[in-house]
Design a protein around this ligand. Structure first.
Ligand code: PMV
Length: 324
């Protein structure tokens, strides 16, 4: 049996995925668009071993017991079904996401697992097939197969719901400043959060048209390196996604006090001529897009406000690759 190691990077959505159409197949309600980041990634090694009596899942040096390992086991079952491989597997995964950064690692984790597990099981999948497979683990993982700007096309079934690269190599001096405002695990998972938004927010139908419009505006903006248009769209898209949480029943929010303070700082920076725009996912940590000439002034401002160790700078990153 051969051990295969794959590395995948996490991504940040500029036009968000927030709602499943089919929770089993992980088909989304809408398409979405992201940027893969260089700083945060997962290395995962998989080896199928006929002597094992169950899957052994180790993450960051910790062996997981069930039910913690269940999502990985479910994913391995999909790979076994596709490949005909019947053995259990050793899975060893290391998340290179800065300590307690509170940044989502499920995108990089399931993209790396899709790569390592499929190849270790004897499958040679194309990037499109890998993207479809990663989707079964976590929606955002669909996009982490590719580097740069990536669109996940919602599609209508397992075959057509996959990511395609919009621009894999980003020749544009942009950066994403990740602010670590609360390192703790989110209280409401994205899975629960999106489900309650779809079923209870009266604004959900409007969200679907917002996404269609935002995708139509942001794609040419990215290709023409129109930073202002891209920034305006990504910021309003994030706020409109979060409006679904505020309008759900019962209502909830991922923001904390520091989130609101950091949003204010982005506005202050913009007024002072340092153009930057924020986005945030299912947690309180802001990610601020800027152009690299403005990076020193922007990071300094946030370091003064929250402390240097809470400010992490990332740039566009690469897609999935095999390390062995
Ligand atoms: O990959 P999931 O199922 O954890 O969903 C992630 C959803 C958001 O991060 C909030 C948005 C997105 O498009 O990545």
């Amino acid at each position: 049996m051969t051990a295969v190691t794959a590395r995948a990077h996490t991504n940040i959505a500029l036009v968000k995925y927030w709602g499943k159409a089919d929770p089993n197949l992980m088909l989304p309600q809408t398409s979405s668009l992201s940027l893969t980041l260089d700083q945060f990634y997962t290395d995962t090694t998989v080896e199928f071993d006929s002597r094992l009596t169950r899957d052994m899942v180790q993450i960051n040096d910790q062996l997981l017991a069930t039910p913690a390992s269940q999502k990985v086991v479910d994913f391995l079952n999909i790979v076994r079904e596709q490949s005909g491989q019947s053995a259990f597997a050793h899975v060893t995964s290391v998340n290179h996401v800065p300590t307690a950064a509170g940044l989502a690692s499920s995108a990089s984790a399931f993209a790396a697992l899709a790569g390592a597990a499929s190849r270790a099981a004897g499958l040679e999948l194309t990037p499109r097939a890998l993207s479809r497979l990663a989707r079964r683990g976590s929606g955002s993982a669909t996009r982490s197969i590719y580097g740069g700007f990536v669109e996940w096309q919602a599609g209508s079934d397992d075959r057509t719901s996959l990511a395609i690269p919009l621009q894999e190599t980003v020749d544009w001096p942009i950066a994403v400043v990740a602010l670590v405002l609360d390192p703790h695990h989110k209280r409401i998972s994205s899975r629960q959060g999106m489900q309650s938004s779809v079923t209870t927010s009266p604004y959900y139908p409007a969200w679907k048209s917002v996404v269609a419009q935002d995708l139509a505006t942001i794609k040419p903006a990215i290709l023409h390196q129109d930073f202002s248009t891209m920034g305006e769209v990504l910021e309003s898209n994030a706020m409109r996604m979060h409006a679904l949480t505020l309008s759900a029943q019962p209502p909830y929010s991922y923001f904390n006090g520091d989130t609101l303070r950091a949003m204010d700082t982005v506005r202050v920076l913009r007024q002072a001529g340092q153009e930057c725009y924020y986005t945030l996912d299912a947690g309180p940590n802001l990610k601020v897009f800027c152009q690299t000439p403005d990076l020193p002034a922007i990071t300094q401002k946030f370091a003064e406000q929250f402390g240097t160790e809470h400010v992490i700078v990332a740039h566009p990153g690469p897609g999935l690759r095999f390390l062995s």
